[in-house]
Design a protein around this ligand. Structure first.
Ligand code: ZN
Length: 133
């Protein structure tokens, strides 16, 4: 595997609009909001240097982000590492005996190909592998 950088940090929020007041006060700018229907989530992108913050607002009480907030409250939900080849990264993690949530790459916000590693395999961190071309 070839980990390139922290691609983004995903932060679960109740309201993107409300949260932007804080993040914009830090000088960050929202460069777009995308709804990812499959994940029942709205994502706001806030670039910060070479990486970015993603604010995640659930669009459905049954969605993964709503469930996360219900269990743990708002806050950091996942960390994404950019890899050069997502298919290879998944195969390598499985080969090394780690459990993947996604055994095949799927669509991620911003047009990335992503796959989540199971928190059981990572000591409780929801880790996303992400490839952008
Ligand atoms: Zn993400």
């Amino acid at each position: 595997m070839n980990p390139l950088k922290i691609d983004h940090i995903g932060i679960a929020v109740n309201s993107i609009e409300e949260s932007l007041k804080f993040y914009e006060a830090l000088g960050l700018k929202c460069e777009g909001i995308e709804e990812v229907a499959e994940q029942k989530v709205k994502v706001a992108f806030l670039p910060c240097g070479d990486s970015e913050l993603e604010l995640l607002e659930s669009t459905d009480p049954e969605g993964p982000v709503a469930k996360f907030i219900e269990k743990k409250g708002t806050g950091i939900q996942h960390i994404a590492i950019r890899v050069s080849n997502i298919e290879e990264a998944i195969a390598e993690m499985k080969e090394k005996g780690f459990q993947m949530i996604d055994e095949k790459p799927r669509y991620g916000a911003g047009g990335a190909s992503i796959a989540f590693v199971h928190p059981k395999s990572s000591g409780g961190v929801l880790l996303e592998l992400s490839q952008r071309d």
